[in-house]
Design a protein around this ligand. Structure first.
Ligand code: F42
Length: 319
């Protein structure tokens, strides 16, 4: 199964055009990211609800800090209603860097996600909520059951997703990362007395496909630089990358020296943190991911050097 991610750094109507194309070439789920500095995730999903017919439409991912859980429950229910029952709520702890800029404290992210999901489940069932800081909140409408997927990377978050979520969106592109993550999700499900097969594991990849392998890799470089700069040392070492190389890239990003950023990205980094190349190479990597227990591969940024052309190519040669 394949999903695709769009970032509302682009206007909703442009994403709507690409989303319809993605639906037509065979993608099954569309995920829209949520960061305050881009366009609003729910207005984008509302436009997509009207422009598509079949694909599932998810927040990929929202968080409980910038939006109160009751507002999230109301917003995603409205999208479920508009789209004829196609909504999925993707929720994670959120992006610390953007919270710092907004003056929001990233206090106890795991606890916050756990409590918010419990509250959202109750709110979606039109129950009155008195837990997790709520004092009797209740929605005035319901639009049916909505799957809840968690964005997670850390061991405890992965385990929690197995315990409480319908699926998990894991930001990674290499089979070694999934050999580490999938057992944790399964363990979380088993400990909670659930069937691990009931939790959909989604590889939220950085993907770049083009007939010209060099162009595909060129388009992935900047995205990979940001992933490397933000990855914990343990993750870099798992892929045989010296953490100092990551620190150097982070310093170049901080200085705004994007020439050095691009120059610092090695082929090992591209290999570890993206699926990029000609379509047949991308397909081979997808097959490796599926063998680790991944159920859905999400084609994430940059998609390719030319999004429209790459979506068509991926539809024909990868899906
Ligand atoms: N973030 C966004 O803001 N917008 C997006 O659109 C977005 C998309 C997205 C898609 C997939 C995905 O996997 C992640 C995505 N993210 C997005 C990032 C996401 O919101 C998180 O930043 C990211 O997943 C990193 O979170 P994490 O899973 O590593 O979890 C953090 C919080 C962590 O440290 N986890 C630890 C762990 O082991 O899992 C546990 C920490 C812990 O237990 N904390 C305790 C607690 O209660 O929170 C407190 C401990 C103490 O000492 O106080």
């Amino acid at each position: 199964m394949f999903g695709i991610e769009f970032v509302p750094a682009d206007p909703a109507l442009k994403i709507g055009y690409l989303a319809k194309l993605a639906e037509d070439v065979g993608f099954e789920t569309i995920w829209i990211t949520d960061h305050y500095n881009n366009r609003d995730v729910y207005s984008t999903l509302a436009v997509l609800s009207m422009l598509t017919n079949r694909v599932k439409l998810g927040t990929g991912v929202t968080n409980p800090y910038t939006r109160n859980a009751a507002i999230t429950a109301s917003s995603i229910s409205a999208i479920n209603e508009l789209s004829g029952g196609r909504a999925i709520l993707g929720i994670g702890p959120g992006d610390k860097a953007t919270f710092d800029a907004m003056g929001i404290d990233w206090d106890k992210p795991l606890t916050r996600v756990k409590e918010s999901i419990a509250a959202i489940k109750a709110l979606l069932a039109k129950e009155r909520v008195n837990q997790g800081g709520f004092n009797g909140a209740q929605l005035a409408f319901s639009s049916g059951k909505i799957p809840i997927y968690m964005g997670a990377q850390g061991p405890k978050m992965l385990e929690l997703s197995g315990a409480i979520a319908d699926g998990v969106l894991i930001n990674a592109s290499h089979p070694d990362d999934f050999k580490f993550a999938v057992p944790m999700v399964r363990q979380g499900a088993e400990k909670a007395g659930r069937n691990p097969g009931d939790v959909q594991v989604c590889a939220y990849t950085s993907f770049s496909a083009d007939k010209d392998q060099g162009k595909a890799i060129g388009a992935a470089k900047m995205v990979v630089a940001f992933i490397v700069a933000g990855s914990p040392d343990m993750v870099l070492e798992r892929h045989g990358i010296d953490p100092q190389e990551g620190k150097n890239i982070a310093a170049s990003i901080a200085k705004g020296d994007f020439g050095s950023v691009m120059g610092g990205v090695t082929s090992k980094m591209i290999e570890a943190f993206s699926i990029s190349g000609a379509p047949e190479d991308c397909r081979a990597r997808v097959d490796e991911l599926l063998k680790t227990g991944v159920n859905q591969v999400v084609v994430g940024s940059p998609i390719g050097p030319d999004k429209e052309r790459s979506i068509k190519l991926i539809g024909k040669k990868v899906l």
